[in-house]
Every structure is written in C-alpha cells, then in structure tokens.
Design a protein around this ligand. Structure first.
Ligand SMILES: Nc1ncnc2c1ncn2[C@@H]1O[C@H](COP(=O)(O)OP(=O)(O)O)[C@@H](O)[C@H]1O
Ligand SMILES: [Mg+2]
Length: 307
C-alpha cells in the first residue's frame, strides 16, 4: 500500500492506526480565518445544511444535507445531470449557493467575509479532465500553484512535489510533459498536484471516467491508499466496487435531491427506493451485458428514470 500519511496533514481516522495525530501538523496548518479555532476531534470535516442551487429555472441542488467526518470517505452516485459536479463545486466555493450553509471544520465557509482562496487551499479537487498545464513539465505542474498561491519557497515546493510524485508512483516522470504520459499517469499527477497544498479534504469528480479501462485501476489504487492514510474524501464515481470497498457512506442523488443513503453495501445490495434500484440496474446492465442491450432499451430506461 502507498502510505500517504505524511501528506495527510490533518486528523487521522482510526483507519490509519499507528499514525498519530500530530498536534503540530494541526496547529501549523493554515486556517480559513485567522480567528478560526482549531476544530476538535468530533467536528465534521464538511457539513452542508439544506443547500440549494439553481441555474435559471433549473433547480440543480434541492435542499441537500451532508456530513463527512474527518478521515471518512463519502461516495456520491447518481445519473448524469443529477447535480453531482455542482455539489462538489459548491463545497469548494467554485459556485455560490442560493441558500443553505456549508461548514468546513466547524467554520461556516458560505458566510460573508470568508477568504475563499484560503478555503480552496484546504479543499483539493480533481476533475475528470486532468486540467494539467500542457506547457509545463510534471514537476512544474506541481510546484506552480504551491509557489504562487501557497507562497511555498521553490526548494521546499520541489521537495514536496518529489515526495508526492513518489507516492503516486511517478518519480521517474518529473521531467516529462503531460502529453508524454498516459491518461492514468496524468490523472495521478493531477492528484499529486492537488495534494501539494496539503488539503484537509479531497473532492474527486468522476476522475476515472475519461480513462481507458485498463488505466482506471492505477488511479483507484492511489485514491484507495489516500483514503487509508486518513484523508477525508468526497468521491463522485461510477465505480461501484470502489464505492463498496473504500466508501464509508454512500449517497444516491437524482434531480438534485438525495434519494437514498447509507452504508455502501446496504445501498448497493438492498436499495430501498425504486429510483436507486433502476439506476443501479442500468449501471450494472451497461457494465455486464452491453452486448445484449440496444440503444433503444437504454433510452427507454433513461426516460423511465425521469418522472
Ligand atoms: N454553469 C452552469 N450553467 C447552467 N447550468 C448548469 C451549469 N452547471 C451545471 N448546470 C446544469 O445543472 C445540472 C446538473 O449538472 P451537474 O452538476 O454537472 O450534474 P452531474 O455532475 O450529476 O452530471 C444539469 O442540468 C446541468 O445542465
Ligand atoms: Mg458531473
């Protein structure tokens, strides 16, 4: 297993036994506001309260509540267009919410006067499209933001970048350009880059969806080990096996509402709601018996899913 614990600078969950919480790591980590208290061990890493978000008439998030404990992994599943990306973007303050509140380590980050840049440094996000800078070498992709935004000195940023590239298994690619790497390698660079700012929470938005199937595993392994090292994560994914093995909690959302949630195995094996069942069947059918399906059948399922 890759051990990310030195890079996971905050609380350690019981999952990462033997890796003691360093008080120093907590205290030295920048806080989102100068007067924000160091959160106590019971404070959730992320809590959202009745968040709503519309684009014009389109209600995309409709009173969504969630809580993610420090060191926990929340998996979010749901059909295309159900609001998953918007949810992550709102948590990371990339999108303003219309109403509701979002708390990060006990502090309301949707309140006025919160320093958005400081919040974003603590909440890493990785997208389906890796968004690496094509004209920068791998190592510079990692160090740029740390040096510019995080004001980390060059030498220190370089050392941290090397450590992280080792962790994601790419220490031999530091001088390559993104186009010289496979999609899986690029996505691992993107994860390492997000870790440069020592985030306390990582958000993953379908990070394996654009990859060739044989490259999915190497990215999921990095994410699994990051979770085991104690990182708090919210993971939007269609990888049900990952959800089951790595998730502490799973949430199914449709049309901006949480339809059902619980332990991943419970929701996946015994969904209580018809809509969840239909979604899971469709995903499974697509995964397991594509050759027997026709486009017409899949489309009729889709229509059935939108009541
Ligand atoms: N910036 C935007 N402007 C207008 N509509 C948007 C924007 N972002 C997302 N939407 C709409 O919000 C809905 C949810 O989108 P999204 O959060 O991307 O869903 P998902 O990630 O579950 O596929 C969709 O109907 C989408 O068209
Ligand atoms: Mg999305």
């Amino acid at each position: 297993m890759l051990d990310f614990s030195p890079a996971v600078s905050f609380y350690r969950s019981t999952k990462a036994r033997g890796v003691g919480l360093s008080r120093q790591a907590v205290e030295s980590s920048a806080r989102v506001a100068p007067d924000a208290p160091v959160p106590s061990a019971g404070t959730p890493a992320v809590r959202a309260e009745a968040i709503r978000k519309s684009f014009g008439d389109n209600v995309v998030l409709d009173a969504v509540d969630l809580t993610v404990g420090a060191g926990q992994v929340l998996v979010v599943i749901g059909p295309s267009g159900s609001g998953k990306s918007t949810l992550l973007r709102c948590i990371n303050l990339l999108e303003p919410i219309d109403s509701g509140r979002i708390f990060f380590e006990g502090q309301e980050i949707t309140a006025r006067g919160v320093k958005v840049d400081q919040v974003r440094q603590r909440i890493g996000i990785v997208f389906q499209q890796f968004n690496l800078f094509p004209h920068l070498k791998v190592i510079d992709n990692l160090t740029l933001a740390a040096r510019r935004v995080g004001k980390v000195p060059r030498a220190e940023a370089g050392l941290r970048a090397l450590d992280l590239l080792k962790l994601v298994g790419l220490e031999d690619k530091t001088r390559q350009y993104p186009h010289q790497l496979s999609g899986g390698q690029q996505q691992r660079v993107a994860i390492a880059r997000a870790l440069m700012m020592a985030p306390h929470v990582m958000l993953f938005d379908e990070v394996t969806s654009a990859l060739d199937p044989e490259l999915v595993g190497e990215v999921l392994i990095v994410m699994r080990d990051l979770a085991r090292s104690g990182m708090t994560m919210i993971v939007v994914t269609h990888e049900m096996q990952f959800a089951r093995d790595v998730g502490d909690h799973l949430m199914f959302i449709d049309e901006g509402r949480i339809v059902e949630q619980g332990k991943p195995a419970d929701v996946l094996d015994h969904p209580k709601e018809e809509r969840t069942l239909r979604f899971l069947r469709r995903s499974l059918q697509l995964a397991e018996s594509l050759e027997e399906l026709t486009v017409g059948e899949v489309e009729s399922h889709e229509e059935g899913g939108r009541e």
